[in-house]
Design a protein around this ligand. Structure first.
Ligand code: TXA
Ligand code: MG
Length: 345
């Protein structure tokens, strides 16, 4: 049985947090909200508990986990050599949707890092997450609380849809704010490399570190050669129906829908992530009103919700316009490209 605790996102009940922390302490799994998406938490220093995460999510053992901390100084317990750049980033982005990759200390179990010599660290900006880590008294590993390859959960309902019965509990504090996962930044490289665009835009990182490069979507051949970030496989974040992408304007979106219709797709089986201010010809399409085009933060917040909602309406294809690589547009673009890989409608 999976227990559901409703908590206030700003002032969670300490007794509820203590109960959830006790489960973490005894090797259990508790899903909790962060500012990005819901995470599935376990004691990062307990190998057996971490193993349960891989089983519950059906996650392959080659994909390493992020270790969540509640104070920047906790990095000293986990990382062998903390560079000055870490503290500069911490001052600006911790707590916040930034994950940094640094050389690990032996205390971090191999299973957490999938055998890599590095560990990914993040301090989430969410009172429930921070209170849980503090009460547990240990760093907490937390991958997104979805089954492997599925869109990340932005509500407790999404978590339950994927993991009900497989985990001990979920702290439900309502929908998450950012909606896409943290930016993963490899600080062992010079210049640092963004392995996954996310909640902290590249432009903001560049205000602290002058040069940052981006390396994300990966080809099949590269998968075979060993990935810089194992979570970079091409197909990821995907709903159970094919996703078809269109250029970011209403004409291109309609042309894409028109192409599907001319191939015999029925309009009521076509789902569309449609920006607020765009209109489409009068057809019985299944529409998710996504957000204002240009408000990349708003679109990021509702992206996974939209994919899951459309899937739930029983559509057989989802069409989405792709944002430009600006601000959180880069992260939305990355998730859509990965959701769309390798399948034809
Ligand atoms: O926003 C987030 O980051 C969420 C919330 C729950 O904190 N967590 C999350 O975790 O997205 P997960 O496991 O779904 O994604 C972790 C990503 C994967 O792409 C993984 O490959 C990468 O981080 N990663 C973890 N450790 C790494 C390492 N040592 N080197 C390179 N990449 C690493
Ligand atoms: Mg994930």
């Amino acid at each position: 049985m999976t227990k559901v605790w409703r908590v206030d996102p700003k002032h969670p009940d300490p007794c509820v947090i203590a109960e959830a922390a006790k489960i973490i302490g005894s090797g259990g799994l508790v899903a909790f909200p962060t500012e990005t998406v819901y995470g599935l938490g376990a004691n990062a220093l307990d190998e057996m508990a971490v193993q349960k995460i891989f089983s519950a999510k059906e996650r392959p053992a080659w994909d390493p986990l992020i270790v969540h901390i509640s104070r920047p100084e906790m990095v000293l317990q986990l990382v062998a050599d903390v560079p000055e750049r870490f503290w500069q980033l911490a001052e600006r982005f911790m707590p916040g949707p930034l994950t940094v990759v640094l050389p690990k200390k032996p205390i971090v179990p191999e299973i957490v890092t999938a055998g890599l010599p590095t560990v990914a660290i993040r301090m989430p900006k969410h009172q429930v997450a921070l209170a849980l880590i503090e009460a547990a008294g240990v760093p907490i590993v937390a991958p997104s609380a979805n089954r492997f390859g599925r869109p990340s959960p932005t509500t407790a309902e999404h978590v339950l849809a994927d993991l009900q019965g497989r985990i001990d509990g979920v702290l439900d504090a309502g929908p998450t704010q950012v909606g896409v996962e943290s930016t993963v930044l490899d600080l062992t490289k010079e210049p640092p490399v963004i392995l996954r665009p996310g909640g902290v835009p590249k432009e903001a990182l560049e205000e602290v570190l002058s040069v940052v490069s981006v390396r994300t979507v990966v080809t099949e051949e590269e998968v075979g050669k060993g990935l810089p970030s194992p979570g970079m496989t091409k197909r990821h974040y995907a709903p159970s129906v094919p996703v078809v992408l269109a250029d970011g304007n209403p004409q291109a979106l309609f042309a894409t829908i028109d192409r599907l219709l001319s191939k015999g797709q029925e309009p009521h089986r076509i789902g569309v992530l449609l920006p607020f201010d765009w209109s489409l010809p009068n057809l019985p399409l299944v529409i998710f009103r996504w957000g204002s085009w240009g408000d990349w933060n708003g679109l990021a917040q509702r992206l996974f919700e939209g994919l899951r909602w459309l899937e739930g309406q029983g559509v057989s294809v989802i069409v989405a316009p792709v944002p430009p690589s600006v601000g959180l547009g880069l992260a939305v673009r990355d998730r859509l490209l990965k959701a769309a890989s390798d399948r034809c409608p």
